[in-house]
Design a protein around this ligand. Structure first.
Ligand SMILES: C[S@@+](CC[C@H](N)C(=O)[O-])C[C@H]1O[C@@H](n2cnc3c(N)ncnc32)[C@H](O)[C@@H]1O
Length: 189
């Protein structure tokens, strides 16, 4: 995660790239996921339905499940290979998250299905962030929130179907190597 060379390829991280990413994330990025999961855990309402978009190997979901067993967790990723890694990494959780291969621009969920949508280091890969933002707004219930942690060059201005409520530098254990912005928005309903 602290390297972002793969952004040049855009889109799904498949095949051996997904294997490498999974190994890297499991070894080095633990503290990063813990920090972000703690921030999300303090924002999530009791028993909230939470969707992680571009979940990759699912390690954020794993940390969220540990911190907040009450949450109903779901994750999507464009890359089927990443979803397979997430299935393996989350297989031993008592409540298995609902994991699906899907594009943020065509989310396979009902309108208003989630109280909270989150995403980490994924939105800079999205080929159509405007439609992604519209889809996130659609699957959020009115007044539901979107929390997106990504690099400063991520397309935060494209999410205009949501009402932005904050955009701040977010300190993480890897801040020196990967400056992270915490973008927060709310579904206007
Ligand atoms: C750098 S990884 C981050 C993964 C994970 N969130 C993390 O923090 O470790 C970016 C992920 O976004 C996924 N992705 C790219 N474009 C996407 C899209 N349009 N819809 C859903 N996921 C997408 C990639 O397949 C990849 O798994």
């Amino acid at each position: 995660m602290p390297h972002d060379h793969h952004h040049r390829h855009g889109g799904a991280i498949e095949g051996r790239h997904s294997d490498r990413y999974n190994r890297f994330a499991r070894l080095f990025a633990k503290a990063q996921y813990r920090r972000i999961a703690a921030d999300i855990a303090s924002a999530a309402p009791q028993d909230a339905a939470v969707l992680d978009v571009g979940t990759g190997p699912g390690l954020l979901l794993r940390n969220l499940a540990d911190l907040r067993p009450d949450l109903r967790l779901a994750g999507v990723d464009l890359a089927a290979d990443m979803v397979a890694h997430a299935e393996r990494n989350l297989a031993d959780l008592p409540a298995r998250p609902d994991l699906r291969a899907a594009d943020v621009a065509a989310l396979p969920f009902e309108d208003g299905a989630f109280d909270l949508v989150v995403s980490t280091y994924s939105s800079h890969h999205w080929s159509d962030p405007e439609t992604g933002g519209a889809e996130i707004a659609r699957v959020l219930r009115p007044a539901g929130r979107f929390l997106n942690y990504d690099f400063p060059r991520a397309p935060f201005d494209a999410f205009d179907d949501l009402t932005e409520t904050g955009r701040t530098a977010f300190r993480t254990p890897w801040t020196l190597f990967m400056k992270t912005i915490r973008f927060e928005a709310v579904d206007p309903g």
